[in-house]
Write a protein that binds this ligand. Structure first.
Ligand code: GLV
Ligand code: MN
Ligand code: MN
Length: 410
């Protein structure tokens, strides 16, 4: 099992990797994304699976008849955040193919169709909205909204899709496809240290926190950095900076999370006071009331600072995902399978919540979904330092194979 896992891992490893940072830059509809997609297709074909790309650009590798219904689907995504780690997304896809190899080695007899997926643009690194492929399929993102998305260079999503050889007019809800799925299971590297602390290599997801992204546009007045008196300035960078501190304070007060991790400045010159500072707030919390308290607190503070400094402020919610409580029946069935087979050598398999978004969370509104997490010894994620040990990756493959065998085989 570890041989096939490692062969895949090695072949995927160089794609979209920056030599400078050691991180991945696999953004939707770029050359690196195309190479990842070719890699996926090659893995499907090498296993005699039927490769298919749906109307939203998500990839599917089918064993059995896709039209038969009640399919068991597993997979994740291959795109990355800027300078992301090797595991977030790819671990789920590679483990899915490796789990199928393991089931074939065991001589498992499939009683339900099985599919492996690569969902497009999960991270939203290029167009600002996460889980575009699964959101479109699930009808949680309209075609019109998707067509309006633009990247930092002003390239629209339709232009990017067309340049990559896809038809942007085809995108939209795909209820017939989702209706064929009986269960979706996504394996993912843990993005925290719960498994490290509990001493378990594999866990099962309980819930995903509600989370979203808000764009704050602070508009002031461009002027000369060397000649404009401090008292004459309308500098939006100062208001932005105060807002960043407010975000930290509000998150601490309410017990949620708030991060400004991306910023765009105009005109972005060293010797010019900016005319515009655009910052994106990512906020998450264990429950909706806490999330609302954090975001409204940050917005209230930003408006006060802006008013005082003569800065115009617009706040736009760019995306939002409500709390996801993974289906209990599927989750409990998976835990039973793992505990019975001792897949990870543990008598009980821990249940964990997460603040990270996933395609499984999006799909959970339409189909029964579940997630497996693989231990991350440092908890670091969305960073080149993201890691899982070889032994834990193999334990993850074995757990996924056990789960798929329990769900899809006689
Ligand atoms: C995706 O990884 C997210 O949680 O932003
Ligand atoms: Mn991620
Ligand atoms: Mn991910």
């Amino acid at each position: 099992m570890s041989d096939t896992f490692h062969a895949m891992w090695r072949s995927l490893r160089p794609i979209g990797r920056s030599d400078a940072s050691g991180g991945y830059r696999r953004y939707a509809w770029t050359g690196a994304d195309a190479d990842c997609r070719l890699w996926f297709q090659a893995q499907a074909e090498a296993r005699g699976l039927d490769h298919e790309i749906d109307r939203n650009g998500n990839q599917w590798a089918w064993l059995g008849d896709p039209l038969a219904g009640d399919a068991v689907v597993t997979g994740s995504h291959l795109d990355s955040v800027p300078d992301g780690g090797a595991f977030d997304g790819p671990l789920g896809v590679v483990s899915s193919f490796a789990a199928l190899d393991e089931l074939r080695r065991r001589g498992a007899v499939f009683t339900r169709p099985l599919a492996i997926t690569n969902f497009g643009d999960e991270e939203g690194a290029r167009f600002g909205l996460a889980c575009v492929g699964s959101r479109l399929a699930a009808g949680q993102l309209t075609t019109e909204h998707a067509h309006r998305l633009r990247d930092g260079d002003g390239v629209s999503l339709p232009q990017a899709m067309e340049a990559a050889g896809y038809d942007p007019d085809a995108i939209g809800p795909d209820p017939e496809r989702l209706a064929r799925i009986g269960a979706f299971v996504e394996l993912h590297v843990e993005q925290g240290r719960a498994l490290d602390l509990s001493g378990d290599p594999v866990g099962v997801a309980s819930a995903i926190w509600p989370h979203g992204r808000w764009r704050f546009d602070f508009r002031g007045e461009a002027n000369h950095a060397g000649t404009t008196r401090l008292t004459d300035r309308r500098d939006p960078m100062l208001t932005y900076a105060e807002t960043v501190l407010a975000a930290r304070r509000e998150a601490e007060l309410a017990g949620g999370l708030a991060t400004f991790g991306k910023i765009a400045v105009e005109p972005n010159g060293v010797n010019a006071i900016p005319s515009l500072v655009r910052g994106w707030l990512d906020s998450r919390a264990a429950d909706q009331d806490t999330l609302d308290a954090v975001v409204s607190g940050v917005e209230r503070a930003a408006r006060e600072y802006a008013e005082r400094a003569g800065i115009d402020l617009d706040v736009v919610r760019e995306s939002f995902t409500p709390v996801v409580d993974f289906q209990h029946a599927l989750r409990d069935e998976i835990r039973r399978v793992l505990e019975k087979r001792g897949a990870d050598g543990a008598a009980t398999v821990p249940l964990l919540g997460t603040g990270a978004g996933h395609d499984a969370g999006i799909l959970s509104a339409s189909v029964p979904t579940a997630m497996l997490f693989v231990r991350n010894p440092t908890g670091i994620s969305h960073s080149p330092a993201e890691h899982a040990t070889e032994d834990d990756c193999v334990a993850g493959v074995r757990a996924l194979a056990d789960v798929l065998e329990g769900l899809a085989c006689s």
